[in-house]
Design a protein around this ligand. Structure first.
Ligand SMILES: [Zn+2]
Length: 377
């Protein structure tokens, strides 16, 4: 063979080799699960690891899962590994340390299972499952247009992994997604049930592929702000203890008036009790822009939004209609929430609601109390 021919053959072989390696990586290769230092998120550690659990930020990569381990909340399992949905946290667990059990719901929107530590006592497990079932059934009752293609969904009870789930530092909270929700707080924590109801609401209003249409019709609220308003509302309306409901509404209203009066107060709800976060609140609206400060997002979504809904419930005082029945109609017809509400309150009340939303008027306490009385029945 001539020297030139040999050279040409070598080049062809090299190209072929590179293409084959590329194809192999594309189809079969996966990255090892990264080991990172723990990272705190909204309700506990998002990134965390021990000998039977690991969570990490996956991006769009494909990850290898070791033989005795399994992934949780993956969007696909391919020959080469698992991928996780965009924005979610990757989770892998050691199979022998966890149990996954199916949970049947009254409605068929979710094909639900619960994954928990094998070490959790049965009575304790049952108590968590009851809260989970009730939350999914209650939130599901607001969605009358049932699909017949249940969405596969797992609830990870992370209590017991990093401790008792009573503080941020003893809770593990990977980001939820279409496929997974997380019960991160100890069930005896005063916010445990409410936070789980909030998460179950997002399983419906943010992640369930069949219920995504109405969120874009909620002007003046962008979809994300409306989702938060619904989720903070269901926290109030579906919580099982009505006594604690009063305490929660007291806390919300006390925090609200302190912010509206620009009066920093140590007795208001965390994290607004932090002076620096409190002072970052300039815009007092349920509409939270991408540039909003931590305080503005916290106030708009978690303090103001549920009080606006309570005020609207208070305005419906004389009527058979409730905010829950209005939400059912919105979910059934994809209509605008405020259009439906405007059929049941007068024009003056309707413009007040819009002023409350944008912080242009202060919600009177008696309206909040009227709303509260309707929930307490
Ligand atoms: Zn939320």
């Amino acid at each position: 063979m001539k020297r030139e021919q040999k050279k040409a053959r070598n080049i062809v072989l090299m190209i072929l080799f590179t293409v084959l390696i590329g194809l192999f990586y594309q189809n079969y290769a996966c990255l090892p699960i990264p080991r990172k230092t723990p990272e705190m998120s909204t309700h506990g550690y998002e990134v965390w690891a021990n000998s039977s659990y690991r969570s990490f930020v996956p991006g769009s990569e494909r990850f290898c899962v070791a033989k005795d381990w399994q992934s949780l909340g993956e969007s696909s399992i391919e020959r080469g590994g698992v991928r996780f949905p965009e924005g979610s946290t990757g989770i892998v667990i050691k199979s022998e340390d966890f149990i996954t059990m199916p949970v049947s719901l009254e409605k068929s929107d979710f094909d639900l299972s619960v994954t928990y530590l094998k070490a959790m006592p049965e009575a304790e497990r049952n108590a968590y499952v009851e809260i989970i079932k009730k939350a999914f059934n209650d939130v599901g009752s607001l969605y009358p247009g049932s699909t017949h293609l249940p969405q596969k969904h797992t609830v990870l009870i992370s209590v017991g992994l990093a401790g008792d789930g009573n503080q941020f530092e003893t809770s593990v909270y990977p980001n939820p997604s279409q496929y997974v929700s997380v019960f991160a707080k100890n069930r005896n924590h005063p916010r445990a049930e409410e936070l789980f109801i909030h998460g179950a609401t997002h399983a419906y209003n943010r992640f369930h592929p069949e219920f995504k249409t109405y969120q874009d019709n909620q002007s003046p609220l962008p979809a994300g702000d409306f989702e938060e308003m619904e989720a903070t509302w269901t926290e109030l309306t579906f919580r099982s203890s009505k006594d604690a409901l009063g305490t929660r509404i007291d806390d919300l209203y006390r925090t609200y008036t302190a912010v509206m009066d620009n009066r920093t107060d140590e007795t208001i709800l965390y994290p607004l009790s932090d002076k620096e976060i409190f002072e970052g609140i300039k815009n007092k609206s349920v509409i939270v822009s991408a540039q909003a400060t931590e305080g503005e997002a916290e106030f708009g979504h978690y303090i103001l939004a549920p009080l606006v809904m309570l005020a609207a419930e208070g305005m419906l005082d004389e009527s058979d209609v409730t905010i829950d029945s209005i939400l059912m109609e919105v979910h059934r017809t994809n209509e605008n929430f405020f259009s439906v509400l405007s059929r049941h309150v007068d024009q003056r009340e309707m413009s007040l609601i819009l002023e409350f939303i944008e912080g242009r008027a202060v919600i009177p306490e008696d309206l909040v109390r009227k709303g509260e009385a309707r929930l307490a029945i």
